[in-house]
Design a protein around this ligand. Structure first.
Ligand code: AMP
Ligand code: MG
Length: 346
């Protein structure tokens, strides 16, 4: 199929383009759209065929469920059985980078939820996503707009790399601000379970839920000795082509290790901005932001992994192990997955 690529930089003047994209959704087609977390690969959330088309375009196993994107928190009523805690979370964090798992209603085909009786609901803040969902008049089921196993797309160009010829339309709304996928919390009454950390942090969820548990896979305790907890955890969800090793230790020790490792021409380094002057000429550096600026690191993380992929000579990649608090937990979680849990103590 021929993919139409549209830059949306003036929503007010481009209502016609949004209406055309919404029409594609209503007819069962696939539209890549920007959100504040990463780009999404969207289709009509009430259509089984559309959900199947998403899985086919991504090359994704069909037991890995999609997230339904709605324009307002109350629109969740069409697809999910909500509760008070959902609305308390919505009041604090929606529109925004939070996905809530709730019992599903029959309006949602099992193809969308990967056969589960729960459904993921998110209300994105990005104005283009908002305009598209409103114009479509239906929830938009979407996973991230990457081919399965590739880093999530934070630019329309990334989605184009992966999905050109496989979707009807790609809407370019600029760089995704957060850069990491939404926080996912499953609700059981007023008790939450954090399934995936994101920009809405554990502490922020604790302010609303009576209790927040953390699913084991989020920060994989066994990662310290680099052995996966279970075979399933070997799966490299967000994998660069080069094998990534995360370095755990005092910052100065890690820096010293990185500077030495960089003398090998097959090694790439994900460094902090302030470390750049410490490296010799010819080091293959991929700065990810200042050490203290986790927001910048989150924003750049997936884009940097794709930049590394453009260098076939790089076969080994080293990075700092992120901290586990605040936004750090989201970076930690994505990093251990990209590294297939390879952590080296220095
Ligand atoms: P992606 O946006 O590509 O990360 O895909 C959506 C994510 O939401 C996947 O990792 C799913 O596992 C997760 N998800 C969607 N629905 C559910 C659900 N009902 N229960 C648990 N996780 C879900
Ligand atoms: Mg994804």
């Amino acid at each position: 199929m021929k993919t139409e690529f549209l830059v949306i930089d003036d929503l007010a003047a481009q209502a016609h383009d949004i209406a055309r994209a919404a029409d594609v959704i209503r007819r069962g087609g696939l539209v890549v759209f920007p959100t504040e977390t990463v780009y999404g690969l969207g289709a009509d959330a009430t259509s089984e065929a559309a959900a199947k088309a998403i899985y086919a375009a991504k090359g994704r196993p069909s037991d890995n469920p999609l997230i339904i994107h709605v324009a307002t928190p109350a629109d969740a009523e069409r697809y999910a059985i909500t509760n008070d805690t959902y609305y308390k979370l919505a009041a604090q964090f929606m529109p925004g980078p939070l996905t809530v798992i709730l019992p599903k209603k029959d309006t949602v085909p099992l193809a969308v939820t990967g056969g589960l009786d729960t459904v993921a609901i998110r209300c994105p803040a990005h104005p283009v996503a908002q305009a598209l969902i409103k114009a479509a008049g239906v929830g938009i089921a979407a996973p991230s707009a990457n081919r399965s196993g590739r880093p999530s797309p934070t630019l329309a160009a990334h989605a184009r790399e992966d999905l050109d010829g496989r979707v009807d339309m790609i809407l370019d709304g600029g760089a995704a601000e957060v850069g990491l996928e939404s926080t996912i919390v499953a609700l059981d009454g007023d008790v939450g379970t954090l399934l995936r950390p994101g920009a809405v942090t554990y502490d922020a969820l604790c302010c609303v839920c009576r209790e927040v548990r953390v699913a084991e896979a989020v920060a994989d305790k066994l990662a310290e000795d680099a052995r996966p907890l279970s075979p399933g955890m070997k799966y490299r969800h967000y994998a660069p082509r080069a094998s990534l090793t995360l370095l755990d230790g005092e910052k100065e020790d890690v820096t010293r290790f990185l500077v030495q490792a960089a003398s090998d021409p097959h090694v790439g380094i994900l460094c902090y901005d302030e470390e750049i002057p410490l490296f010799g000429k010819g080091a293959r550096l991929f700065p990810i932001g200042a050490a203290e600026d986790l927001g910048a690191q989150a924003h750049r993380f997936f884009a940097v992994l794709r930049e590394v992929d453009a260098h076939p000579e790089i076969t080994a990649l080293y990075a700092h192990l992120p901290p586990k608090d605040g936004l750090g937990l989201a970076l930690f979680n994505r990093s251990i997955r990209a590294a297939a849990h390879t952590i080296k103590k220095v």
